[in-house]
Design a protein around this ligand. Sequence first.
Ligand code: NAI
Ligand code: MG
Length: 360
Amino acid sequence: KKLRIAVIPGDGIGKEVMPLGVSCLKAAALKFDLSLEFTEFDFASCDYYFKHGDMLPKDWKSILLGYDAIYFGAVGMPDLVPDHVTLWGSLLKFRREFDQYISLRPCRLMPGVPSPLRNKKPGDIDFWVVRENTEGEYSSIGGKMFENTDREVVCQETIMTRIGVDRVLRYALNLANSRPKRHLTSATKSNGISITMPYWDERLKALTKEGNYADLNIDKFHIDILTAWMVLKPEQFDVVVGSNLFGDILSDLGPACTGTIGIAPSGNINPEGRFPSLFEPVHGSAPDIYGKGIANPVGMIWAGQMMLEHFGFKDAALAMLKAIEEVLAKGEPHILTPDMGGSTGTTKTLGAAIERNILG
Ligand code: NAI
Ligand code: MG
Protein backbone atom coordinates (compact mmCIF):
# COMPACT_ATOMS: atom_id res chain seq x y z
CA LYS A 1 0.00 0.00 0.00
CA LYS A 2 1.32 3.39 -0.96
CA LEU A 3 0.93 6.39 1.32
CA ARG A 4 0.71 9.78 -0.39
CA ILE A 5 1.82 12.50 1.99
CA ALA A 6 1.38 16.25 1.52
CA VAL A 7 4.23 17.95 3.36
CA ILE A 8 3.46 21.46 4.62
CA PRO A 9 6.30 22.95 6.71
CA GLY A 10 4.47 26.28 7.30
CA ASP A 11 6.22 28.96 9.36
CA GLY A 12 9.07 29.44 11.81
CA ILE A 13 10.53 26.30 13.32
CA GLY A 14 8.01 24.29 11.30
CA LYS A 15 10.46 24.84 8.44
CA GLU A 16 13.40 23.72 10.61
CA VAL A 17 11.93 20.54 12.08
CA MET A 18 10.11 19.31 8.96
CA PRO A 19 13.24 18.11 7.08
CA LEU A 20 14.16 15.91 10.05
CA GLY A 21 10.63 14.52 10.23
CA VAL A 22 10.76 13.64 6.55
CA SER A 23 14.23 12.09 6.76
CA CYS A 24 13.17 9.87 9.67
CA LEU A 25 10.09 8.75 7.74
CA LYS A 26 12.26 8.05 4.71
CA ALA A 27 14.58 5.98 6.92
CA ALA A 28 11.59 3.97 8.18
CA ALA A 29 10.39 3.51 4.60
CA LEU A 30 13.80 2.23 3.55
CA LYS A 31 14.16 -0.09 6.50
CA PHE A 32 10.65 -1.56 6.29
CA ASP A 33 10.19 -1.36 2.55
CA LEU A 34 7.23 1.04 2.73
CA SER A 35 6.06 3.06 -0.19
CA LEU A 36 5.83 6.67 1.01
CA GLU A 37 5.48 9.49 -1.47
CA PHE A 38 6.22 13.04 -0.30
CA THR A 39 5.04 16.22 -2.03
CA GLU A 40 5.99 19.52 -0.45
CA PHE A 41 3.79 22.63 -0.54
CA ASP A 42 4.70 26.20 0.35
CA PHE A 43 1.17 27.34 1.19
CA ALA A 44 -0.27 27.72 4.71
CA SER A 45 2.64 29.99 5.57
CA CYS A 46 3.27 33.70 5.99
CA ASP A 47 5.73 33.63 3.07
CA TYR A 48 2.90 32.42 0.84
CA TYR A 49 0.55 35.01 2.34
CA PHE A 50 2.89 37.88 1.46
CA LYS A 51 3.33 36.61 -2.09
CA HIS A 52 -0.31 35.80 -2.84
CA GLY A 53 -2.40 37.77 -0.34
CA ASP A 54 -3.97 34.61 1.04
CA MET A 55 -2.82 31.67 3.13
CA LEU A 56 -4.00 29.05 0.62
CA PRO A 57 -4.49 28.76 -3.13
CA LYS A 58 -8.14 28.80 -4.29
CA ASP A 59 -8.06 25.11 -5.19
CA TRP A 60 -6.33 23.94 -1.99
CA LYS A 61 -9.10 21.49 -1.25
CA SER A 62 -8.90 19.61 -4.51
CA ILE A 63 -5.09 19.64 -4.30
CA LEU A 64 -5.00 18.11 -0.82
CA LEU A 65 -7.77 15.62 -1.56
CA GLY A 66 -5.18 13.83 -3.67
CA TYR A 67 -3.29 12.82 -0.52
CA ASP A 68 -3.86 10.32 2.28
CA ALA A 69 -2.25 12.50 4.91
CA ILE A 70 -1.03 15.99 5.59
CA TYR A 71 2.24 16.21 7.46
CA PHE A 72 2.14 19.68 8.95
CA GLY A 73 4.83 21.77 10.68
CA ALA A 74 3.42 24.89 12.32
CA VAL A 75 1.78 28.10 11.23
CA GLY A 76 1.91 31.65 12.57
CA MET A 77 4.22 34.64 12.77
CA PRO A 78 2.28 36.89 15.14
CA ASP A 79 4.58 39.91 14.64
CA LEU A 80 3.96 39.84 10.88
CA VAL A 81 0.39 38.56 10.43
CA PRO A 82 -2.29 38.29 13.13
CA ASP A 83 -2.85 34.75 14.40
CA HIS A 84 -6.54 34.71 13.50
CA VAL A 85 -5.60 35.27 9.85
CA THR A 86 -2.92 32.57 9.72
CA LEU A 87 -4.66 29.95 11.84
CA TRP A 88 -8.20 30.39 10.49
CA GLY A 89 -6.84 30.77 6.99
CA SER A 90 -5.09 27.40 7.01
CA LEU A 91 -4.95 24.82 9.78
CA LEU A 92 -8.49 25.33 11.03
CA LYS A 93 -9.82 25.13 7.47
CA PHE A 94 -8.13 21.76 7.06
CA ARG A 95 -9.58 20.46 10.31
CA ARG A 96 -13.11 21.55 9.42
CA GLU A 97 -13.34 20.97 5.71
CA PHE A 98 -11.71 17.56 6.01
CA ASP A 99 -13.98 16.51 8.87
CA GLN A 100 -11.08 15.57 11.12
CA TYR A 101 -13.41 14.75 13.94
CA ILE A 102 -10.86 12.98 16.11
CA SER A 103 -8.07 14.84 17.79
CA LEU A 104 -5.61 12.29 19.11
CA ARG A 105 -2.67 12.83 21.44
CA PRO A 106 -0.36 10.30 23.05
CA CYS A 107 0.68 11.11 26.60
CA ARG A 108 3.75 9.01 27.12
CA LEU A 109 6.61 9.74 29.47
CA MET A 110 9.83 9.23 27.53
CA PRO A 111 13.08 8.06 29.11
CA GLY A 112 15.46 10.91 29.81
CA VAL A 113 12.66 13.48 29.90
CA PRO A 114 11.88 14.61 33.42
CA SER A 115 8.16 14.73 34.21
CA PRO A 116 6.91 17.78 36.10
CA LEU A 117 5.03 15.24 38.25
CA ARG A 118 6.94 13.79 41.17
CA ASN A 119 8.39 10.26 41.13
CA LYS A 120 7.17 9.30 37.69
CA LYS A 121 9.21 7.05 35.44
CA PRO A 122 8.67 5.89 31.85
CA GLY A 123 5.81 3.41 31.83
CA ASP A 124 3.92 5.26 34.54
CA ILE A 125 2.42 7.70 32.05
CA ASP A 126 1.28 6.03 28.87
CA PHE A 127 -2.20 6.89 27.68
CA TRP A 128 -4.08 8.48 24.80
CA VAL A 129 -6.41 11.44 24.86
CA VAL A 130 -9.20 11.31 22.28
CA ARG A 131 -11.00 14.62 21.77
CA GLU A 132 -14.19 15.25 19.80
CA ASN A 133 -13.11 17.86 17.28
CA THR A 134 -16.20 19.18 15.46
CA GLU A 135 -19.15 19.98 17.73
CA GLY A 136 -20.01 20.12 21.43
CA GLU A 137 -19.26 23.24 23.41
CA TYR A 138 -17.52 24.97 20.50
CA SER A 139 -20.63 25.83 18.53
CA SER A 140 -21.32 29.29 17.24
CA ILE A 141 -24.98 29.15 18.19
CA GLY A 142 -25.87 31.79 20.69
CA GLY A 143 -25.96 35.51 21.00
CA LYS A 144 -25.86 38.70 22.94
CA MET A 145 -28.85 40.83 23.82
CA PHE A 146 -29.47 44.17 25.51
CA GLU A 147 -25.85 45.10 24.95
CA ASN A 148 -24.40 47.77 27.24
CA THR A 149 -27.42 47.85 29.51
CA ASP A 150 -27.86 46.35 32.93
CA ARG A 151 -30.03 43.67 31.27
CA GLU A 152 -27.12 42.51 29.11
CA VAL A 153 -27.28 38.76 28.46
CA VAL A 154 -25.15 36.29 26.51
CA CYS A 155 -25.63 32.64 25.78
CA GLN A 156 -23.92 29.95 23.75
CA GLU A 157 -25.31 26.50 23.09
CA THR A 158 -23.59 23.13 23.27
CA ILE A 159 -24.50 20.92 20.34
CA MET A 160 -24.22 17.17 20.56
CA THR A 161 -25.49 15.03 17.73
CA ARG A 162 -25.98 11.30 17.86
CA ILE A 163 -23.67 10.86 14.89
CA GLY A 164 -21.05 13.16 16.38
CA VAL A 165 -21.06 11.59 19.83
CA ASP A 166 -21.24 8.01 18.60
CA ARG A 167 -18.37 8.33 16.16
CA VAL A 168 -15.89 9.72 18.67
CA LEU A 169 -16.93 7.23 21.36
CA ARG A 170 -16.66 4.36 18.90
CA TYR A 171 -13.17 5.49 17.88
CA ALA A 172 -12.11 5.59 21.53
CA LEU A 173 -13.70 2.21 22.27
CA ASN A 174 -11.86 0.64 19.34
CA LEU A 175 -8.58 2.25 20.37
CA ALA A 176 -8.98 0.95 23.92
CA ASN A 177 -9.85 -2.48 22.52
CA SER A 178 -6.58 -2.54 20.60
CA ARG A 179 -4.43 -1.89 23.68
CA PRO A 180 -3.23 -4.45 26.22
CA LYS A 181 -4.95 -2.78 29.19
CA ARG A 182 -8.29 -2.48 27.34
CA HIS A 183 -9.38 0.40 29.54
CA LEU A 184 -11.47 3.41 28.52
CA THR A 185 -12.13 6.45 30.70
CA SER A 186 -14.88 8.85 29.69
CA ALA A 187 -14.77 12.49 30.77
CA THR A 188 -18.18 13.74 31.80
CA LYS A 189 -19.93 16.25 34.04
CA SER A 190 -23.40 14.84 34.21
CA ASN A 191 -24.02 16.14 37.71
CA GLY A 192 -23.73 19.79 36.68
CA ILE A 193 -24.45 19.81 32.95
CA SER A 194 -27.73 18.03 33.04
CA ILE A 195 -28.75 17.46 29.42
CA THR A 196 -25.78 17.09 27.11
CA MET A 197 -23.43 15.23 29.46
CA PRO A 198 -26.00 12.61 30.51
CA TYR A 199 -26.61 12.13 26.77
CA TRP A 200 -22.88 11.50 26.27
CA ASP A 201 -23.00 8.93 29.10
CA GLU A 202 -26.12 7.32 27.68
CA ARG A 203 -24.57 6.92 24.22
CA LEU A 204 -21.44 5.37 25.71
CA LYS A 205 -23.57 2.89 27.58
CA ALA A 206 -25.57 2.07 24.46
CA LEU A 207 -22.44 1.59 22.33
CA THR A 208 -20.74 -0.69 24.82
CA LYS A 209 -23.63 -3.10 24.43
CA GLU A 210 -22.79 -3.58 20.76
CA GLY A 211 -19.76 -5.13 19.11
CA ASN A 212 -16.95 -6.70 21.06
CA TYR A 213 -16.63 -4.22 23.87
CA ALA A 214 -18.20 -6.61 26.34
CA ASP A 215 -15.26 -7.15 28.67
CA LEU A 216 -13.66 -3.77 28.11
CA ASN A 217 -12.92 -1.99 31.36
CA ILE A 218 -14.86 1.29 31.18
CA ASP A 219 -15.17 4.04 33.72
CA LYS A 220 -16.24 7.65 33.78
CA PHE A 221 -15.09 10.60 35.83
CA HIS A 222 -16.37 14.11 36.17
CA ILE A 223 -13.95 16.43 34.43
CA ASP A 224 -12.90 18.26 37.61
CA ILE A 225 -11.73 15.19 39.49
CA LEU A 226 -10.41 13.67 36.26
CA THR A 227 -7.93 16.52 35.85
CA ALA A 228 -6.85 16.00 39.45
CA TRP A 229 -6.29 12.27 38.89
CA MET A 230 -4.33 12.94 35.73
CA VAL A 231 -1.79 14.82 37.82
CA LEU A 232 -1.95 12.65 40.94
CA LYS A 233 -2.16 9.15 39.47
CA PRO A 234 -1.71 9.10 35.68
CA GLU A 235 -0.86 5.37 35.88
CA GLN A 236 -4.56 4.56 35.94
CA PHE A 237 -5.29 5.84 32.42
CA ASP A 238 -5.12 4.02 29.10
CA VAL A 239 -7.52 5.78 26.71
CA VAL A 240 -9.36 8.91 27.83
CA VAL A 241 -12.18 10.32 25.71
CA GLY A 242 -13.85 13.70 26.05
CA SER A 243 -16.08 16.22 24.33
CA ASN A 244 -14.58 19.13 22.42
CA LEU A 245 -14.04 21.33 25.51
CA PHE A 246 -13.12 18.60 27.98
CA GLY A 247 -10.89 16.95 25.40
CA ASP A 248 -9.19 20.27 24.69
CA ILE A 249 -8.29 20.67 28.34
CA LEU A 250 -7.15 17.07 28.77
CA SER A 251 -5.12 17.11 25.57
CA ASP A 252 -3.02 19.97 26.92
CA LEU A 253 -2.83 18.66 30.47
CA GLY A 254 -1.86 15.11 29.47
CA PRO A 255 1.20 15.99 27.38
CA ALA A 256 2.18 18.66 29.92
CA CYS A 257 2.57 15.86 32.48
CA THR A 258 5.20 14.28 30.23
CA GLY A 259 7.64 17.17 29.95
CA THR A 260 8.70 19.60 27.24
CA ILE A 261 6.31 20.94 24.59
CA GLY A 262 8.95 20.24 21.96
CA ILE A 263 8.26 16.51 21.88
CA ALA A 264 4.46 16.15 21.89
CA PRO A 265 2.68 15.08 18.67
CA SER A 266 -0.93 15.25 17.63
CA GLY A 267 -3.24 13.73 15.02
CA ASN A 268 -6.34 15.31 13.50
CA ILE A 269 -8.01 12.30 12.06
CA ASN A 270 -10.79 11.47 9.64
CA PRO A 271 -10.88 7.76 10.48
CA GLU A 272 -12.83 6.65 7.41
CA GLY A 273 -10.16 8.15 5.15
CA ARG A 274 -12.77 10.04 3.13
CA PHE A 275 -10.55 13.08 3.67
CA PRO A 276 -6.86 13.34 4.47
CA SER A 277 -5.86 13.20 8.15
CA LEU A 278 -3.35 15.68 9.51
CA PHE A 279 -0.36 14.94 11.74
CA GLU A 280 1.59 17.72 13.43
CA PRO A 281 3.66 18.56 16.47
CA VAL A 282 1.69 20.17 19.30
CA HIS A 283 4.01 23.18 19.43
CA GLY A 284 3.70 26.29 17.26
CA SER A 285 6.19 28.16 15.11
CA ALA A 286 8.24 29.39 18.12
CA PRO A 287 9.38 32.75 16.67
CA ASP A 288 11.57 33.24 19.77
CA ILE A 289 13.97 30.47 18.71
CA TYR A 290 13.38 30.46 14.95
CA GLY A 291 16.57 30.71 12.90
CA LYS A 292 18.84 29.38 15.64
CA GLY A 293 18.67 25.75 14.54
CA ILE A 294 17.91 24.55 18.07
CA ALA A 295 14.23 23.61 17.80
CA ASN A 296 13.48 20.17 19.15
CA PRO A 297 12.52 17.95 16.18
CA VAL A 298 11.02 15.13 18.28
CA GLY A 299 7.41 16.43 18.15
CA MET A 300 7.62 16.52 14.36
CA ILE A 301 9.23 13.08 14.13
CA TRP A 302 6.79 11.55 16.62
CA ALA A 303 3.89 13.01 14.58
CA GLY A 304 5.28 11.09 11.60
CA GLN A 305 5.41 7.99 13.77
CA MET A 306 1.70 8.47 14.63
CA MET A 307 0.95 8.79 10.93
CA LEU A 308 2.55 5.42 10.16
CA GLU A 309 0.72 3.83 13.07
CA HIS A 310 -2.58 5.28 11.93
CA PHE A 311 -2.18 3.82 8.47
CA GLY A 312 -1.33 0.41 9.86
CA PHE A 313 2.45 0.33 9.32
CA LYS A 314 2.89 -1.16 12.77
CA ASP A 315 6.49 -2.42 12.60
CA ALA A 316 7.83 0.83 11.19
CA ALA A 317 5.87 2.84 13.75
CA LEU A 318 7.23 0.72 16.59
CA ALA A 319 10.79 1.14 15.31
CA MET A 320 10.39 4.92 15.11
CA LEU A 321 9.05 5.11 18.66
CA LYS A 322 11.89 2.92 19.89
CA ALA A 323 14.42 5.10 18.08
CA ILE A 324 13.07 8.26 19.73
CA GLU A 325 13.14 6.55 23.13
CA GLU A 326 16.64 5.18 22.79
CA VAL A 327 18.15 8.46 21.64
CA LEU A 328 16.43 10.39 24.44
CA ALA A 329 17.42 7.75 26.99
CA LYS A 330 21.10 8.11 26.10
CA GLY A 331 20.81 11.79 26.98
CA GLU A 332 23.96 12.95 25.19
CA PRO A 333 24.35 16.74 25.62
CA HIS A 334 26.01 17.14 22.21
CA ILE A 335 22.96 15.47 20.61
CA LEU A 336 20.00 16.79 22.61
CA THR A 337 18.52 20.24 21.92
CA PRO A 338 18.83 22.84 24.71
CA ASP A 339 15.16 22.50 25.78
CA MET A 340 16.01 18.92 26.79
CA GLY A 341 19.15 19.84 28.66
CA GLY A 342 21.48 19.51 25.67
CA SER A 343 24.56 21.71 25.27
CA THR A 344 25.80 21.82 21.68
CA GLY A 345 22.99 19.63 20.33
CA THR A 346 20.85 21.05 17.52
CA THR A 347 17.71 20.23 15.53
CA LYS A 348 19.97 18.42 13.07
CA THR A 349 22.08 16.40 15.54
CA LEU A 350 19.00 15.16 17.38
CA GLY A 351 17.02 14.40 14.22
CA ALA A 352 19.99 12.67 12.59
CA ALA A 353 20.62 10.52 15.67
CA ILE A 354 17.02 9.29 15.54
CA GLU A 355 17.30 8.68 11.80
CA ARG A 356 20.47 6.60 12.31
CA ASN A 357 18.79 4.59 15.04
CA ILE A 358 15.84 3.80 12.76
CA LEU A 359 18.20 2.60 10.04
CA GLY A 360 19.90 0.59 12.82
P1 NAI B 1 4.95 27.90 20.55
O1 NAI B 1 4.60 26.47 20.75
O2 NAI B 1 5.38 28.30 19.20
O3 NAI B 1 6.10 28.29 21.60
C1 NAI B 1 5.91 28.27 23.00
C2 NAI B 1 7.28 28.16 23.72
O4 NAI B 1 7.78 26.84 23.59
C3 NAI B 1 8.32 29.09 23.12
O5 NAI B 1 9.15 29.58 24.16
C4 NAI B 1 9.12 28.18 22.21
O6 NAI B 1 10.46 28.57 22.03
C5 NAI B 1 9.02 26.84 22.90
N1 NAI B 1 9.01 25.75 21.91
C6 NAI B 1 7.98 25.40 21.09
N2 NAI B 1 8.33 24.40 20.30
C7 NAI B 1 9.60 24.09 20.60
C8 NAI B 1 10.52 23.12 20.09
N3 NAI B 1 10.19 22.27 19.10
N4 NAI B 1 11.75 23.09 20.63
C9 NAI B 1 12.10 23.92 21.61
N5 NAI B 1 11.28 24.86 22.14
C10 NAI B 1 10.05 24.94 21.63
O7 NAI B 1 3.67 28.75 21.00
P2 NAI B 1 3.44 30.35 20.93
O8 NAI B 1 4.73 31.06 21.18
O9 NAI B 1 2.29 30.60 21.78
O10 NAI B 1 2.98 30.64 19.43
C11 NAI B 1 3.86 31.07 18.40
C12 NAI B 1 3.09 31.02 17.08
O11 NAI B 1 2.74 29.68 16.76
C13 NAI B 1 1.78 31.80 17.10
O12 NAI B 1 1.62 32.42 15.85
C14 NAI B 1 0.73 30.74 17.29
O13 NAI B 1 -0.53 31.08 16.77
C15 NAI B 1 1.35 29.60 16.51
N6 NAI B 1 0.87 28.26 16.92
C16 NAI B 1 0.63 27.39 15.92
C17 NAI B 1 0.25 26.10 16.20
C18 NAI B 1 0.06 25.15 15.07
O14 NAI B 1 0.49 25.43 13.96
N7 NAI B 1 -0.57 24.03 15.30
C19 NAI B 1 0.05 25.63 17.57
C20 NAI B 1 0.41 26.63 18.58
C21 NAI B 1 0.78 27.91 18.23
MG1 MG C 1 -5.71 23.59 23.29
